[in-house]
Design a protein around this ligand. Structure first.
Ligand code: SF4
Length: 241
């Protein structure tokens, strides 16, 4: 496992909790709007943080933080992710995992072992847009591999909707060039019956691969909420304050 970032205290990453956030490098997607691309394609220039330093930090912050958010990159790519999560749980801290949902079996296994307290899954777009906006052809060798990834994301979504062992949310970073009313009709169908879905505002930065993307205003995002609320229990807007 390669740990490339540690935010010591955050009120933003774990809903309702004070948390530390760990950033793991590497990802099986290449999203055009990724803010962490340096953690994915430029790993040699990012300083790695030793596992033991991260664990020591959690030990020191125990009593100050409620839990740990593990994000990326894509954390589920690492077989030893379970070691990090187990160490955190043994300290009595909560664990939230952020994922693109492409490794369903890993998520199922962690849930079955009661090692997670909250999962946030990024829903990038409707499935037919995933290959282009997530750059799947840049990191996968064949159409069948792309199909497998899309099937896994779909399985993850359905698995979470149809279980009651763990709290979860779906979320989309909303980009003017990708998402409109028609698109949210399709996403609403993908997430039908889900308990929570957040529309996240998009802001460009110098690190984003595609510099020609734009976000919506909060008022514009609000207009998508009634449409989505017909299929999803709670739809919220995040990151626009
Ligand atoms: S899945 Fe997340 S970490 Fe991976 S490229 Fe896309 S936005 Fe970046």
């Amino acid at each position: 496992m390669k740990i490339y970032g540690l935010m010591k205290t955050t009120l933003l990453d774990y809903p309702g909790k004070v948390a530390s956030t760990v950033f793991l490098g590497g990802c099986n997607f290449r999203c055009e709007f990724c803010h962490n691309m340096d953690l994915i394609t430029d790993l040699n220039n990012v300083k790695e943080i030793p596992f033991s330093d991260v664990i020591d930090h959690f030990r020191l912050r125990k009593g100050v933080i409620d839990g740990v958010c593990i994000t990326g990159g894509e954390p589920t790519l690492y077989p030893d992710l379970i070691d990090l999560i187990t160490a955190v749980k043994e300290m009595g801290l909560l664990v939230k995992l952020d994922s693109n949902g492409s490794k369903t079996r890993v998520l199922e296994d962690l849930i079955a072992k009661k090692l997670l307290d909250y999962i946030a899954i990024d829903v990038k777009a409707s499935f037919n847009k995933y290959p282009s906006i997530c750059g799947l052809s840049k990191c996968l060798d064949s159409e069948s591999q792309i199909t497998d990834v899309l099937n896994n994301v779909s399985d993850t979504i359905n698995m979470l909707i149809n279980q009651d062992l763990i709290d979860y949310e779906f979320r989309t970073t909303v980009i003017r060039e990708y998402h409109d009313e028609k698109e949210f009709e399709l996403i609403g169908d993908m997430l039908k019956g889900a308990s929570k879905y957040f529309l996240q505002g998009y802001v460009c930065s110098e690190y984003v691969p595609n510099q020609d993307l734009h976000g919506y205003s909060k008022e514009e995002l609000q207009k998508f909420v009634p449409q989505l609320s017909q299929k999803i229990d709670y739809v919220g807007i995040r990151g626009m304050d």
